[in-house]
Design a protein around this ligand. Structure first.
Ligand SMILES: *[C@@H]1O[C@H](CO)[C@@H](O)[C@H](O)[C@H]1NC(C)=O
Ligand SMILES: *[C@@H]1O[C@H](CO)[C@@H](O)[C@H](O)[C@H]1NC(C)=O
Ligand SMILES: *[C@@H]1O[C@H](CO)[C@@H](O)[C@H](O)[C@H]1NC(C)=O
Ligand SMILES: *[C@@H]1O[C@H](CO)[C@@H](O)[C@H](O)[C@H]1NC(C)=O
Ligand SMILES: *[C@@H]1O[C@H](CO)[C@@H](O)[C@H](O)[C@H]1NC(C)=O
Length: 374
């Protein structure tokens, strides 16, 4: 049995390496020093992060500051905010939020999603206000383009909350009500629907977050919050997106879904699923193809959950994996856009994730470690 596991692991590693090798042009970038500081607390008045990503070129963390509708750029090595991006007419302006923010590994650019918050805070997910997507060059510190998503959606669907990228320069935009994906041309010249469900009913809760590896786009699908959600897979080479179910073994439920994330250190083989009041589910596809997924377990011991905080996202900072929490219910400080919180903990869950990976299969010491030790 051990021998068979090792043979399978070796085979899976070779397939994975071949997939990566024939894969894509990755621009040259800096090496970020390993970050090993454990749980950290971000000191930032009204940060209320909804989403985060780590720029592996500049070694900086990007937060979508939900209620202020700004983007905070944070240096984890120095523990300080280095920049705050504000958008005239949007930042601290009702009804805008900034949710999705992502570093693009193919271009080193940042994609930022500005959304009308109304569908998230009304029971029937009322859609009406405007959503925008913008592309930012963090080295030149300039905005490359800024697009009005409502010109495409015509106010029929909304809840835009996540962004992803492919090797050909496209930017993908995920909306939750009823679960849509739009695709932006590399030069920002056009944005078009890439996946729309057959029935456009904004009362329905669909896709909540996505994560890409090579040409595979994975998305969490809340299935209108009735029981368990699912993970679906899209092929980014296609002209139009088609969701394909990724079955889980065992078929444990995934619920109250938000972001999903593939930590770079696992090279597209481990998916972390954020579940608001339940923690982080850990899924794995040993060959990185995501035709099926192993459900390995859930990281639950998040002290923030006892403090009204909910898990909205996860992010890896140069080797360490963190839970990002949000406090949706804090009363707004009069005259401002957000609650009075100044300290935002990020919980280091690296060891818990490693433990779940090590319990079964090839991981633990990593792929090469397995081969070398066997
Ligand atoms: C949010 O806006 C307030 C002003 O209302 C400002 O003091 C604070 O620094 C901002 N925080 C962030 C994270 O943008
Ligand atoms: C990280 O930990 C090191 C060693 O304990 C410490 O010197 C440093 O100040 C910490 N950095 C941050 C950002 O907390
Ligand atoms: C965005 O597009 C919508 C639909 O065309 C339009 O009503 C709205 O005014 C536009 N917003 C801006 C800021 O241009
Ligand atoms: C989705 O669920 C909501 C209640 O949570 C319900 O009002 C709505 O009708 C459902 N939509 C569909 C299309 O099932
Ligand atoms: C923040 O607001 C809460 C209630 O909304 C209050 O209990 C708490 O004392 C406030 N904290 C500060 C530092 O003002």
């Amino acid at each position: 049995m051990v021998m068979l596991t090792r043979v399978l692991c070796l085979w899976a590693t070779l397939v994975l390496n071949a997939t990566i090798a024939k894969g894509h042009r990755i621009p040259t970038r800096n090496e970020c020093p390993p970050f090993k500081n454990g749980t950290i607390v971000i000191d930032s008045y009204q940060l209320y992060p909804e989403n985060a990503d780590f720029d592996l070129n500049q070694c900086l963390l990007y937060f979508g500051a939900l209620f202020n509708a700004s983007v905070v750029v944070y240096d984890p090595y120095k523990a300080k905010t280095v920049q705050t991006l504000e958008f005239p007419g949007i930042t601290r302006t009702d009804p805008f939020h900034v949710g999705g923010v992502a570093w693009d590994p193919y271009t080193n650019l940042i994609s930022i999603l500005i959304d009308d918050a109304t569908p998230h805070v009304t029971p029937d997910h009322h859609v009406g206000g405007d959503d925008f997507i913008t592309r930012y060059d963090p080295v030149k510190k300039e905005t490359l383009w800024f697009l009005n998503i409502t010109e495409v959606s015509q106010g029929k669907y909304g809840g835009q909350q996540d962004v992803e990228h492919d090797a050909r320069g496209h930017v993908y935009v995920l909306g939750t009500y009823p679960g849509t994906i739009l695709r932006v041309e590399p030069d920002g010249s056009a944005i078009k629907p890439w996946y729309l469900p057959k029935v456009i009913d904004h009362t329905y809760t669909g896709l909540t977050g996505f994560a890409a590896t090579g040409d595979i786009l994975l998305a969490s699908d809340a299935r209108n919050a009735t029981g368990s959600g699912e993970i679906v897979r899209f092929d980014m080479r296609a002209q139009q997106g088609t969701p394909v179910l990724v079955p889980r073994t065992p078929n444990e439920p995934i619920m109250s879904l938000d972001a999903v994330y593939l930590p770079p250190k696992y090279r597209g083989t481990v998916l972390l699923v954020s579940e608001h009041d339940r923690g982080v589910s850990v899924l794995r596809s040993q060959d990185g193809r995501w035709e099926t997924a192993e459900y390995l377990g859930r990281v639950t011991d998040d002290p923030a959950l006892k403090d009204g905080g909910v898990n909205v996202a996860t992010v890896e900072i140069a080797g360490s994996v963190y839970m990002v929490d949000e406090w949706f219910a804090d009363p707004i400080v009069p005259g401002t856009s957000a609650g009075n919180r100044t300290a935002f903990p990020m919980w280091d869950i690296t060891a818990q994730v490693e433990k779940l990976l090590g319990a079964k299969g090839c991981s633990g010491g990593g792929w090469l470690g397995t081969i070398i030790s066997s």
